[in-house]
Design a protein around this ligand. Structure first.
Ligand code: THU
Length: 131
């Protein structure tokens, strides 16, 4: 799948966003090594810190569909020209990415920039010493 197809999945997920508090809809999609795509949106609630990100929803869908290793990620937010995953989501994604996983940074029209996941999350915390 191209970055464009993954972007389309992320954008479609953004349309499902439940963000009445921040009014900042986000969509994310991950592709696993078997080619499957899992998407998610951010989901907020009245206790503001208890909401969660689009990337986290996408990972939940991935795990419930059988898991896998994440080879590509796309994230889009309609109010931002190039959204970056937050710190918590970088750690969550880090658990499942392949060594050469790519991150597609998108605006509402498509992929703006593609970077290696390692570029945005070097020296990740890992329970395996020396990993
Ligand atoms: N958000 C995401 O969904 N992903 C990110 O990477 C950054 C932030 C959401 C969380 C919250 O619902 C809204 O954007 C504003 O922070």
């Amino acid at each position: 799948m191209s970055g464009h197809a993954l972007f389309s999945a992320a954008k479609a997920a953004m349309a499902r966003s439940y963000a009445p508090y921040s009014r900042f809809p986000v969509g994310a999609a991950v592709r696993t090594d078997d080619g499957a795509v899992h998407a998610g949106c951010n989901i907020e609630n009245a206790s503001y810190p208890e909401g969660w990100c689009a990337e986290t929803t996408a990972l939940g869908h991935m795990i419930m569909a059988g898991g896998g290793r994440v080879t590509e990620i796309a994230v889009v937010a309609e109010k931002m020209p190039k959204i970056m995953p937050c710190g918590g989501c970088r750690q969550r994604l880090s658990e499942f990415v392949t060594a050469d996983a790519k991150l597609h940074l998108c605006d509402v029209d498509g992929v703006v920039e593609t970077v290696p996941f390692t570029a945005i999350f070097p020296s990740a915390f890992d329970m395996e010493p020396g990993a």
